[in-house]
Write a protein that binds this ligand. Structure first.
Ligand SMILES: [Zn+2]
Ligand SMILES: [Zn+2]
Length: 451
């Protein structure tokens, strides 16, 4: 068995990994790079030209893991794609949305190869998508077995163990070991006899402050919302459509039930609504803390209707959970921020990662009173007068927990991916102490490693 690295390990880019099993290949994820455009945003599928890809596993439906699955499938039309039932529905919605985004970028940014696939191509390749539950071993082909386990990152996320010829590799995908507000933490049991582990290192350079707990962070958020509303302002929480939206809405529901914040209107908009509908559809079947809780049924959320002209109307004393999380241009959160930022009574609350080059990243780096360009093209700047706060509700495991997963796997070879140089350096130092007999490798894109 061999591991073929098809991703740039030095960053969170277009995730893609290969397990070479004799004369066939299993591919784990095929993402789209969130910062690059066109063909540059794709994994190097050309490296697969000498392999027979018979199986593809999808660990979860974030764009950096699922974004180019239809392209890969068009090259290997006979390959089956294995994924969990919630991941199936979320990936379907995300890919169709991605076609719309790429289609508008084709003209705006002059990228002739966009869209990389069409709506009808997604429908076509879906015939090969096969739903599999976690914790049930299955044969992908005569030569390859696969075992998925819940990764606790977003609904339907999983790790993938690939078995072939007496060897096995564990691919973590993106993992959160600890319970979030809605989604339960990972449910991973490693038997300690893995030959290799391909692991994410996202939080390697992000230690948590002493005494950090999610409950305390939730309490801090509730207090900030309460204080802002009491002072006559509104709250804007830019959220990723899938995962963070549903976590934050569940928090707000609980804050209201506990009397921590007043029962004020909550708005959502953008792609979030579609994703929330899918979260609700799987309310009883996915691993979650609030079993059966359905956001759109059990909460009075005001949904900004699709196709409604102009930005969402601003009202004082209300809560706006709007995508995108990075306030990217032309998204609901970006358009809404123009009227929101200049009001000193308002609070802009970040609950997730923002790339430094994104509008959200620029706001995070700015000081009160600075002029912010939310849209590069219009050159209209707005003054940042509202308060800005940052909260840690990460969907990624604390680094110490990932070290425990590595130790639990007993892997003889550990490949460090999905993290920056500082993150990988921390894991290298920790794991070389904790697992002195294991080989720690930062894999190179396009290179093959014997397992
Ligand atoms: Zn992810
Ligand atoms: Zn990722």
């Amino acid at each position: 068995m061999e591991y073929l690295c098809l991703t740039e390990p030095h960053e969170i880019g277009a995730s893609c990994h290969g397990a070479i099993c004799g004369d066939e290949a299993v591919i784990v994820d095929s993402g789209l790079h969130p910062k690059m455009k066109g063909y540059d945003a794709m994994p190097p599928h050309k490296e697969l030209k000498n392999y027979d890809v018979k199986s593809i596993v999808l660990t979860h439906s974030h764009l950096d893991h699922v974004g180019t699955i239809p392209v890969l499938q068009s090259k290997f039309p006979e390959a089956n794609v294995f994924l969990t039932p919630p991941c199936f529905d979320l990936a379907d919605a995300l890919l169709h949305n991605s076609v719309n985004v790429m289609t508008s970028q084709r003209n705006e940014l002059d990228i002739p190869e966009y869209p990389l696939f069409t709506h009808s191509q997604i429908d076509e390749v879906q015939e090969r998508w096969q739903m599999r539950d976690c914790n049930r071993f299955f044969d992908a082909t005569d030569n390859v077995g696969i075992y998925l386990q819940d990764a606790g990152h977003v609904m339907g996320s999983c790790t993938a163990s690939i078995y072939h010829d007496g060897k096995k590799i564990l691919f973590t995908g993106d993992v959160q070991t600890q319970d979030q507000t809605l989604i339960k933490g990972a449910d991973i049991r490693a038997e300690g006899d893995y030959d290799a582990l391909v692991m994410e290192t996202t939080r390697g350079a992000s230690p948590r402050p002493e005494g950090f707990t999610r409950a305390k962070e939730e309490a801090r958020l509730a207090e900030k919302i309460h204080e802002t509303i009491a002072n006559g302002g509104s709250v804007l929480i830019p959220v990723f459509a899938m995962g963070k939206t549903q976590e934050v809405l569940t928090m707000i529901h609980q804050f209201k039930a506990q009397g921590l914040i007043p029962d004020v209107p909550v708005h959502m908009g953008g792609l979030s609504t579609k994703m929330t509908t899918i979260y609700d559809r799987h309310a009883k079947k996915s691993r979650r803390k609030a079993v059966g809780f359905q956001i759109l049924r059990d909460m009075d959320v005001k949904v900004a209707r699709k196709g409604k002209r102009g930005p969402l109307e601003y009202r004082p004393g209300e809560i706006y959970c709007l995508s995108s999380g990075m306030m990217s241009e032309n998204t609901v959160s970006n358009l809404f921020a123009r009227k929101f930022l200049p009001n000193p009574k308002n609070a802009l609350l970040f609950v997730g990662y923002a790339d430094p080059d994104s509008p959200a990243g620029k706001v995070k780096a700015a000081s009160s009173g600075d002029m912010i360009a939310l849209d590069e093209k219009s050159y209209k700047e707005v003054p940042l007068k509202c308060s800005v706060d940052d909260f840690d509700f990460s969907g990624h495991a604390p680094r110490e927990d990932l070290v425990q997963i590595a130790i639990g796997s007993g892997a003889k070879k550990i490949f460090l991916t999905h993290g920056d140089a500082d993150a990988r350096a921390w894991f290298k130092a920790e794991l070389s102490q904790a697992m002195p007999d294991s080989e720690l490798i930062v894999p190179e894109k396009g290179k093959l490693y014997k397992i």
